[in-house]
Design a protein around this ligand. Structure first.
Ligand code: SF4
Length: 365
């Protein structure tokens, strides 16, 4: 049972020390850090780490680092507070409703942009799902719902069923999305729960299309277990789109990025977005890559990819909208609104003077 596997997660520095040699200083820092931002790693994911490699990318994604002490940045980079209509429910773009269904994940990414809440407070999590369905029912412009968190596949299948039943008779809703990293952290959530697959299969066939928006950030995460889980989901009629976060020391290399997108295509997962890492407190300094470098990585990776591999867009989830980072010409960076909070900006194309060290729109003049 997948729940029992979660009980074996590494959550304390004492347990971490059984696997990694830590200096006294690191131990002191990490103990403080995990009190503020919890650590949790499934045994399955831990096994993907090469313990001989101090720069292992999987390790960097889930093990605390002293660099997290750097507090530059913000805990709400996308303006989520201002998009919240009521507890756990956001409406930023006309067509999309967003529901924060839980604050839990199978493991916690050190670069999470909802670091302020994951594994911590449930204050932002939806309490009244009916209120969400009523809001959607009265807003005919909404054609899709993104159920996210935390990771909604941490919820029992029975609860996911209730959500889907609530949403199924809203005529103007075309599809439902789940934002999840569960197939990556704990493939047995998919492989060992036939009930979930039956639910998805029936719903996708008779009700509405289900999309999983998953997050695979490095080729080492694509294991045989993940491949089997993806195959089962695809057979159940679920469409899987991947979003990768561009992360320093993890995938900030054209070869790794190209290899990742290639592997995704080979297992039937659609490359969807490559996200510029957000300037989140305790994340910015540790993980962000400059826009200048990001463009080079993405463009070089694309030269190694077929049309299918380069279907993704390189974007920044800014408080004003989802902005595509198009490229550089004559010392200027070109951008285009892919999704805009203010419909007046929809499709707007603009440029900024290049600053090679800038990592976010607000750092450009
Ligand atoms: S799985 Fe997603 S929500 Fe959970 S910690 Fe990682 S990035 Fe954050």
């Amino acid at each position: 049972m997948w729940r029992n596997e979660l009980k074996q997660n590494i959550t304390s520095i004492k347990e971490l020390k059984k696997h990694f040699r830590l200096t006294k200083q690191e131990e002191i820092h990490f103990k403080k850090l995990v009190k503020r931002h919890p650590m949790s790693i499934t045994q399955y994911y831990l096994k993907l780490i090469d313990f001989e490699n101090p720069d292992d990318p999987i390790k960097k994604m889930v093990i605390p680092s002293v660099e997290e002490k750097n507090l530059s940045g913000s805990y709400d980079t996308g303006g989520e507070k201002s998009n919240t209509k009521f507890l756990g429910f956001q409406h930023k773009y006309n067509q999309t409703a967003l529901i924060l269904a839980t604050n839990k994940c199978a493991s916690y990414c050190r670069f999470c942009f909802r670091k302020r809440m994951v594994g911590k407070s449930t204050k932002e999590v939806i309490k009244n799902f009916k209120q969400a369905t009523e809001y959607i029912r009265h807003h005919e412009e909404i054609n899709n719902v993104l159920i996210t968190g935390g990771d909604p596949l941490m919820l029992e299948t029975g609860i996911i069923r209730k959500f889907l039943v609530e949403l199924e008779d809203i005529q103007h809703l075309d599809f439902i999305r789940f934002g999840t990293k569960m197939p990556v952290f704990l493939p047995n959530r998919i492989l060992k729960d036939e009930e979930l697959l039956i639910l998805f299969r029936r719903y996708a066939k008779y009700k509405k299309q289900i999309y999983l928006v998953i997050q695979i950030d490095h080729p080492n995460e694509i294991t045989n277990e993940l491949k089997r889980a993806a195959r089962k989901l695809l057979r159940a009629g679920v469409i899987i789109n991947n979003q990768t976060v561009l992360l320093k020391g993890v995938n900030d290399n054209p070869e790794i990025m190209a290899n990742l997108q290639k592997k995704l295509v080979s297992i039937g997962i659609n490359p969807y977005y490559v996200f510029q890492c957000r300037p989140v407190k305790r994340v910015k300094y540790n993980f962000q890559v400059s826009l200048f470098k990001g463009i080079k990585i993405v463009e070089e990776a694309k030269t190694r990819l077929s049309g299918h591999g380069k279907r993704f867009k390189y974007v920044m989830s800014h408080k004003t909208g989802k902005i595509e980072i198009l490229g550089i010409m004559n010392y200027e960076i070109y951008f285009k609104y892919h999704q805009a909070k203010d419909p007046k900006n929809s499709g707007k194309f603009f440029k900024k003077k290049l600053i090679k060290t800038a990592c976010w729109l607000d750092e450009l003049h």
